[in-house]
Design a protein around this ligand. Structure first.
Ligand code: HEM
Length: 463
């Protein structure tokens, strides 16, 4: 069985500490305002305790371009919609996504699309896009409707924690749509290995010592690499199904060649990771915001019933007609973006906001903060899906709302995410109203992906 340490698995992937080589020294960044916080730990704990309050304090003190020391190194934060555009659109190819995400993801999810840059990235992204064309998407919509309907029937009329329930359901749905296997023991084993990998990706101990999360993550990766490698060969030989993995296994580059097997495996692992917690987090924030704003439940339900006739089953061709549901989801993604900030590393010197930022600098944009800036979003804490009418969208800075990123690395699965959440809403709201106890206001963990600390206590009341 291949192991994480096996260089053949990811020959181009250095270990995280390598990324620090060549970073600018404090002297190189001396002209940029900001502070390094406490000795050794820098601002890490201050940031983690309340990322939004931390950014607000830094922006008020230093302005929208500031340096900060956290997680063992200096980062230059670039805050605002113009900064989002500069970094995400990246007209001059100044920024490496591979070297931005590498320190966080390279050990367990090497060579995913976000860990590639420029020509290689473009070629693989094009090959993988086949899995998101209308044919396969229509197929996934069928399995999402079936799976979601089956699960939500069991949620009726009892207090429950929504977050763990949607997390499990999203894993089960992925077994079907992503891998093409039924719910059951094989899917459970894959899900378990995958969950360990995701937990390990953000674990504080970065070496696979016995009993650590990293050890479980490395074992999980070994299991999945072995499983997906065998399955890629089998699906190529026997012909695969319509699931996402089978599409990847048989995807070709522009010259007609199949993707190398180990690349298919890494793309698949990465894709599952990119899809899982993001959908789980955003479906949870939408359910919470609807629970707090019952008048919006009624508006969405009326729209869904007018389109589906009340059955709750949403056909693929009907997805585009759920305009209010889509606006409500966009507003949930604004208020609680699942990917709160995005890292890159400058490949060459660039200028922004009057500062010259040297080559090699790790930089970060802050989606969560920009999504709450009053200059783009009047009354920013208010849940108001009408912010996303076509006229208001047109009048706003294009990069003020970037939950799915933008430019070459813009989320490849965003239409899948819209589809799953719309089907979830159709199946839920045609059966239930979403209720929470009077005055309930759960605490949210902000990082690495937002989630309610108590799992979100709700009741789905039949009506
Ligand atoms: C609400 C749900 C989701 C959110 C908020 C989200 C957010 C993002 C963001 C912000 C990026 C870009 C990161 C960067 O530029 O560094 C991204 C990339 C990506 N996402 Fe998503 N995502 C979601 C769901 C999904 C799903 C369902 C899939 C797959 C089915 C997926 C697959 C990917 C992939 C493959 C990339 C890398 C694209 C590239 O680098 O070219 N995501 N996502």
């Amino acid at each position: 069985m291949a192991t994480l340490a096996d260089p053949a698995l990811h020959p181009a992937a250095p270990m995280p500490t390598h990324w620090k080589d060549g970073n600018p020294t404090p002297a190189d960044l001396a002209h940029i305002p900001g502070d390094g916080g406490f000795p050794i730990i820098g601002n890490t704990f201050r940031m983690l305790a309340d990322p939004h309050a931390f950014t607000k304090a830094m922006v008020e003190r230093y302005g929208p371009v500031y340096k900060n020391r956290a997680f063992g190194g200096w980062v230059v934060a670039l805050v605002g919609a113009d900064a989002n555009e500069l970094v995400l659109f990246d007209r001059d190819k100044n920024f490496s996504s591979e070297q931005g995400w590498g320190p966080i993801l390279d050990q367990l999810f090497p060579r995913g699309l976000m860990l590639m840059d420029f020509d290689h990235h473009r070629a693989d992204r094009k090959a993988l896009s086949i899995a998101f064309k209308p044919g396969p998407m229509r197929h996934y919509s069928g399995s999402l409707n079936r799976g979601i309907a089956q699960a939500v029937k069991g949620w009726a009329d009892h207090p429950m924690q929504f977050y763990p329930a949607i997390k499990q359901l999203t894993l089960d749905l992925a077994a079907d749509s992503f891998i093409g296997i039924p719910w059951g023991p094989e899917a459970d084993r894959i899900n378990e290995a995958f969950v360990y990998m995701v937990q390990a990706a953000v674990a504080p101990i970065r070496h696979p010592l016995p009993f650590t999360l990293m050890r479980k993550g490395v074992k999980g990766r070994e299991f999945l690499v072995d499983y997906f490698t065998k399955e890629t060969h089998r699906r190529r030989a026997e012909g695969g199904g319509q699931d996402m993995f089978s599409q990847f296994a048989t995807a070709t580059r522009e010259d007609g060649s199949l993707l190398p097997v180990d690349e298919v495996v890494d793309h698949m692992n990465f894709l599952m990771m990119a899809a899982h917690d993001t959908i789980t987090s955003s479906a949870t924030s939408l359910v919470w915001l609807l629970a707090k704003n019952p008048e919006w439940q009624d508006r969405l339900r009326d729209e869904i019933i007018s389109i589906t006739g009340g059955s709750g089953d949403l056909q693929y061709d009907e997805l585009g007609r759920l305009e209010l549901v889509e606006m409500a989801f966009k507003e949930a993604l604004r208020l609680v973006p699942p990917v709160p900030s995005t890292p890159r590393r400058a490949l060459r010197e660039f200028e922004f906001g009057g500062y010259r930022i040297p080559a090699g600098t790790p930089v970060g944009i802050n989606t969560q903060y920009v999504h709450h800036m009053e200059e783009y979003w009047p009354d920013p804490e208010k849940f108001d899906p009408m912010r996303f009418t076509p006229d208001l969208v047109k009048a706003r800075h294009k990069y003020a709302w970037v939950p799915f990123g933008g430019g070459a690395h813009m989320c490849l699965g965003l239409h899948f995410a819209y589809m799953q959440v719309k089907i979830l809403m159709a199946q839920l709201l045609t059966r239930y109203s979403i209720e929470v106890e009077e005055g309930y206001d759960p605490d949210w963990q902000a990082w690495p992906i937002p989630k309610p600390k108590d799992g979100l206590k709700v009741t789905f009341r039949s009506w």
